[in-house]
Design a protein around this ligand. Sequence first.
Ligand code: SF4
Length: 412
Amino acid sequence: MKITTAIFDLDGTLLNTLGDLRDSVTYAVEKHGFPPVSMEQTRIRIGNGVRKLVERSIPEESRTDEMIDTCLADFRAFYGEHMMNRTHPYEGIVSVLETLKENGVTVGVLSNKYDSAAKALIEHYFGNLVHITYGERPNIPRKPDPTSVLGLLDELGGQKETTLYIGDSATDMQTAVNAGLTAIGVTWGFRSAEELRASGADALAYEPSDLLPLFAYGVPDVSKAEKALTDYGFGFRYFETKDEAVSYLRDTCAGKSVSMGGSMTMKQLGFPENFADSTDAHWHWIDKGVYCQMPDIYLSSANGLSETGEIVNIDGKCNRVAATLFGPKRCIFVCGVNKLRPDLQSAIERARNIAAPLNAKRLNKKTPCAVDGRCHNCKSPERICRAMVIHMGVPSGFESCEVVLIGEKLGF
Ligand code: SF4
């Protein structure tokens, strides 16, 4: 489902404001004889408005309402003059906002920072890329109360079903959940992926460009993919984290001979080191050019996976796609959820315009896609796309074939 409205959090999501917040809160508390605040302390203490940041930075024994009000006034006076000293947009975020604008997505910002500062920062760093900004205002409850976000959504003219709420903290995820919006957690901000997942994130973005497929297609539907893949006869397992998936794969591969296709996913999962003690593992990336095409289990990732049950792989030497078609008794496709697309066409589009160009770049190929990240269907001698295989069922020579899908970003 195409998304038409975006509501972003500000601190830790669009802007890295940590340095100026830290300097300002340190100024405010030091003025009253309290210890300075570190960047890490600032990171942990923000997320519930600047009053809470100031309150948490005053030693408990001195934390009276009067002292909080005084330090808050000092904080505001200093921050008003210095809030653009060290603050900067996260790398890639302006480009994402420009793409959203080109695609007609309406963008709002909702912050627990006081209203005038939030508006000044958005105006300075993003100009007309953001349509409406709400900061903290008198008599309106702060996030995670849904009042503000629902008011903003109404003013933006958006519908809940076609809106993404994007933030970096548990407060943000709870705000989206409370408002009935799809919650996207970003991991480049002030909090961890674990915290975002635990507080209700529907999907995670690990870098700003990860947001674009979510706007184009919506959040991947794992249940739909499971049904379609199992209807085709594939086994299917879903693991939220790569650690859980590695544990399953280690148990599955123990005592067996295992071979792998060239795969960044496998590398990120710790292959073959994670398996060396229990598995007879072969990998031509380690034993250069030595192929074991008929192990007990063949492990491959995929360049694209569709919610309609197809598995797409592009290959150059073609050892990888060959082994997923004939030879081993068992094949396991291991994929991060970033590979999942709503249908076959968008899975092929991903394979050609994301996976293949990234691999061409990784391999230093002299192809046009290695330069601009898009497929030109080149006829270059260094072309890495020599075959595209679409699995639409388990090849009949296999005893079993399964998909292990992992709720993290893995591989290309
Ligand atoms: S066909 Fe050529 S341009 Fe297209 S992805 Fe493959 S190598 Fe790159």
